[in-house]
Structure formats: C-alpha cells, structure tokens
Design a protein around this ligand. Structure first.
Ligand SMILES: O=C(O)C1=C[C@@H](OP(=O)(O)O)[C@@H](O)[C@H](O)C1
Ligand SMILES: C=C(OP(=O)(O)O)C(=O)O
Length: 440
C-alpha cells in the first residue's frame, strides 16, 4: 500500500495510541505471573506477537473489547486478559513467530532460555537480520542453550535448556532489550541474574520502563555499579495494569503540528502523562528548535502552535526511535540539525540513519551521514514531493508522511501498511487533523 500526501495544514485534538514498550512488558509480565488484565493496551502487530509467545509458553491471552476505553475508538481491543504460565514457561509446541518485533524476539529469547526443552524463534526478513548475538551468549553463559541456526548471531534461534541464572557481562551499545529480557526472566530463576555492562548503555530509559513495570508487578530490581541485578525466586503479581500513551507515536503528531499547523490554530495531543519513556524528550527538542509547545503534564496534554524552527544538536543515545522524526524536523528547520550518538539506530527494522538520509535527499534536502550521526542542512531549499520508500519500517512511513505535509507537490510513501506495527490508526488520525493523505 502507498500513502499519497499533498501539502496541507493540520489542527485539532488527537490521541496517540498506548505505549508499545509498556504493552509488551505488561503482557509478558502477566505471562510470568498467574493472571492480569492489561487495560488500554496497544493493539497492534508487535504486542500481538508478544501475546502469541505467552500462549506458546502455556499462557492464555484474550484481546477483548471493540474500542479503547480512552476514547480514540480505533477499533483495537480495550484490554488483554492474560492467564499466565506462572513462573518458568513451558516448552512451546511449535515455532514462535516474532514477526517484525525486536522487543518480542529479545524478551522471548530470555524467557525461552528458562524452558526445560528448546524453543525455536523466528521472524520476518527484517527481524532475521537484526543482532541477537550478545543475548544468545548471555543465555548460554547463564547455563542455558542459545544458538543462531545460521551461526551469524541472527534469527532463527534455538533457545532453552533451563538457564539457571548468575552473573553475565553484556555490551550496552547494541540493544537495551537484552538487559530488559534478562531482568524479566531473571526474577523467576533460582539464582537471579546480575548484568554487568561492558560498554555504556544506549536506549537506557527503556530499562527504566522495564523496572517500572516490574515494580508494578511486585518484582524487585536494582541498579549496581556496573549494571543491573534482579534477585531470583520472585513472583509476578498484578490484577490489573493500565498502559500509558506512547511518546514515540506522539512525536509524529507533534512534528506535524510544528511544521504544518493551520493559521491561528493548534494541535493538541492527548494521553501524554509523564512516565519513564525517554521519547518524551521530543517536547524539549521541539521547544529548543523554536516550536511554540506547551505540555500540561497534569492534564496529559501537549499543545503545539507551529513556530519558526531552527536547527539544533540532538543526542539520540537514549531516544533512538525519535531519529526519523527529528530528521524531518531538521529538513524543515533553518540551519543545521545534527543528530548524534546514533549508531544503534542502524540496528532497527531497517538502518534508519541511511534510510532517512536517502529519503530526505530524494525530497531535496541536503544531508551528511557518518557512522553515528546524521546532519540535516535544512532551510536552504524547500522539500519537494517524491516517491520515498518506507522499507517496511513503520517509523520511516510516519516520519516521511509528516515531511509530505510541507513538501512541494505530492509525496508517495511506499509500504504504508507497516504503520500497523505501532500506530494502526495513524492515517485516520492524520486525516482527522486535516492532513491531505490517502492510502491505497
Ligand atoms: O525495549 C523497548 O521497548 C525498546 C527499546 C529500544 O530498542 P533498543 O534498546 O534496541 O535500542 C527501542 O528502539 C524500541 O523501539 C523499543
Ligand atoms: C525498533 C523498534 O521496535 P522493535 O525493536 O521492538 O522492533 C521501534 O518500534 O522503532
């Protein structure tokens, strides 16, 4: 499917979907426990994959309700009722398909390390090209078995043999999801798990999201001088868990409001309550760039009224998922926007540093790419409509759609259906805000 975007102005109120990161964790934590109702879950392809994994491990997962209680009426489930496998997972009867979801594959790899038998994990072509090696080494170091079938550190994976726990060293600069996975699994081991970081932790706020969710399920974790520790023998327990709104998804709506708000109007994004999400940094980035933006944390509402944007330097070490959004903002802003500390952004659904450089160049922007940075020289020339490729990556599709709002002529974004990974109602929401976008 392609999205066709024509220059247009936006205004009005919108609600971003619930957090993908919190939903994954809540569903798996519920699986490690006995039973939990997860309310306002993100009902999209990635959390659904985590739900299927919990079922494969012996849990029961029911997505119930026809529209969100939060009122965005996107047709998604309003709750997930999980009956857990309570402690160590059972050996699955079949292969687990993690589809396009890195979070699912990492979190499920450590869980699979706890099974008595072996689990086989696979995913789509993108997921089968992403790095898993350090996590496989960790599971093996903790007494389990963990192998890449192609012996290249990538899925398909074979994992199991009842990992016991203990202490393990792991690099911090590939994926924080390795740490999340080990903390979640470690709580139900006998010995617990201590993770020593060999290099500085990238995407660190995601581990804090994990620790917040685990605490809400009664599971204790702690930071150590060199990493994190979770004692073993713990029980996951929560009757109900409510998922907050997703700041990565909000970033597209806020960026649209910053670059394309209608005269004397505003874009108000609802559901923006403070949480451990590092991607709430988008509010500060927009503010630094000169957007007229205000976050009423009590009301959970962010209001943007456009602004004359100028380039800034942004370190995305903690916030890799914001890179596509910030690159688009940089292409519209005057002057130079330098996105630094970005090497780990190359290990996502696609290499997002290269992909954004290529797409923005195709739209007439001047960009400079290094291994760990992307500089966008905005303002000199206006963006022009072009056909740009979503590369099967939801975040590229959404960010490039925002760019299309202010490009001269029509922009076509291919692979538009991939928004179903994290924001299934994205195009409907953009249309309701006034964006001239059609999907066919
Ligand atoms: O744990 C999570 O929920 C996530 C962690 C981040 O990945 P890395 O830790 O691999 O950078 C982020 O990019 C991803 O979208 C979600
Ligand atoms: C990288 C992402 O997710 P995951 O790692 O779960 O595929 C993302 O949502 O941008």
């Amino acid at each position: 499917m392609d999205a066709h975007v024509s220059p247009s102005r936006v205004a009005g109120r919108a609600r971003a979907p619930p957090s993908k990161s919190y939903t994954h964790r809540a569903i798996l934590a519920a699986g490690y426990g006995a039973g939990t109702t997860v309310t306002d879950p993100l009902d999209s392809a990635d959390p659904r994959a985590t739900g299927r994994a919990v079922e494969a491990f012996g849990g029961e997962v029911a997505w119930v309700g026809g529209s969100d209680t939060e009122g965005d009426d996107d047709g998604g489930a309003s709750a997930v009722e999980v009956e857990g496998f309570a402690g160590r997972p059972n050996t699955p009867d079949d292969v687990i398909d993690c589809a396009n979801s890195g979070t699912t594959m990492r979190l499920v790899t450590a869980a699979a390390g706890l099974t008595d038998g072996l689990a086989v994990l696979t995913g789509d072509e993108s997921l089968r090209s992403r790095p898993q090696g350090p996590l496989l080494d960790a599971v093996a170091g903790l007494g389990g078995r963990a192998e890449s079938t192609r012996r290249n550190g990538q899925a398909p994976l074979v994992v199991g043999d009842a990992m016991a726990g203990g202490t393990v060293a792991i690099p911090g600069d590939v994926s924080s999801q390795f740490v999340t996975a080990l903390l979640m699994a470690g709580a139900v081991t006998d010995e617990g798990i201590e993770v020593d970081l060999e290099t500085e932790l990238k995407s660190a706020p995601y581990v804090e999201i994990t620790r917040e969710v685990l605490a809400d399920f009664g599971v204790y974790t702690e930071r150590t001088e060199t990493g994190f520790r979770v004692p073993g023998g713990q029980t996951y327990e929560a009757d109900e868990y409510a998922v907050p709104g997703d700041f990565s998804s909000m970033s597209y709506l806020l960026a649209a409001g910053a670059v394309a708000v209608a005269e004397a109007e505003s874009v108000v994004v609802e559901g923006a309550r403070p949480s451990a999400q590092g991607d709430s940094a988008i509010v500060g980035v927009l503010d630094r760039m000169g957007a007229d933006i205000d976050w009423d944390e009590g009301a959970g509402e962010i209001t943007v009224r456009g602004g004359d944007l100028s380039g800034v330097e942004v370190d995305v070490g903690d916030t890799p998922d914001l890179l596509p959004t910030i690159a688009v903002l940089g292409a519209v802003a005057d002057g130079e926007t330098r996105i630094v500390n970005a090497e780990h952004v190359r290990y996502k659904e696609t290499d997002r540093v290269a992909a954004m450089a290529e797409s923005l160049e195709a739209m007439g922007a001047e960009v400079t790419e290094t291994q760990d940075s992307l500089t966008v020289h905005g303002g000199d020339s206006d963006l022009v409509g072009a056909t740009v490729h979503g590369r099967g990556d939801h975040r590229l599709v959404m960010a490039l759609t925002v760019a299309g709002l202010v490009a001269d002529g029509e922009t076509t974004v291919t692979g538009a259906e991939h928004v179903d990974v994290s924001f299934p109602g994205f195009f409907a929401t953009m249309g309701e805000l006034g964006a001239d976008v059609s999907v066919e």
